[in-house]
Design a protein around this ligand. Sequence first.
Ligand SMILES: [Zn+2]
Ligand SMILES: [Zn+2]
Length: 265
Amino acid sequence: MPKFTVSKSALKRKWIAGEKDFSLEGETIFCKPCGKQFNFERKCQLEQHKKTTVHATNIQKQGNKRQRLLSECPPETGERPSSFVNDLVAVMLQEAIPLQKLDKETPLRKFVEKYWESEAIPCVKTLRTKVAPATHFQVIEKIRDEIEDSPIWCSVDETTDRLGRNMVNVIVGKLSGKSHSVTNEMLERFGMIDDNMCSFCGNEIETIKHVVLECPASQLQREELLKEITDHSLQLFNLDTLLATGTDPIHCALFKFLSAINFKV
Ligand SMILES: [Zn+2]
Ligand SMILES: [Zn+2]
């Protein structure tokens, strides 16, 4: 009979086929619940490990640690907040007023309590957990209405809440060219305008590089910028050094330049 040589890793891969708790790292088997690597030489050693109390305990712990999804969290119970409280929270969220402003002894709470005597205003925690979620969807709808089909920018930041659940904070904005430095080249690429030529000289495609470094229409302002950044001992005047320096004076100078030439900032 011919002799077959099967590589160790191929053999071990077979042992753990269909086992969600184990993975193979080279020739060693990694037990996920135990967080440990094992150099099992025979399959029975793996089977033995699976029967150990340590392994069973770790599997249980892993199950408990699995983060709860928002939908799994028990619903908050208790009295339903009045429509006044609902509206108050909705308005505060819409106007980006932190609910913290309704904390004990704050001027806003004193004001509200002075003129709304028919019920006690719940504490900030209650407002946050019981009232705010209801307005969440209204706010999402409002954001949708505002953005419509426009291209967007967004910034995502991951964090955890007090229950250890992973949360993602997302800020979204419209790439409208009104409130951000957006060039005609970008706007044309997003299909928002037809002409990508420079709004200042009309001779070249309006890129950041053209606007900051090349456009003849802003030569005077560029000389001012150059003077200002040389004062801050920036040797090379190119876009990379300019944007990469990351120092406030340089950014201020750049912002001043863009404002001076009436660029969309
Ligand atoms: Zn284990
Ligand atoms: Zn130009």
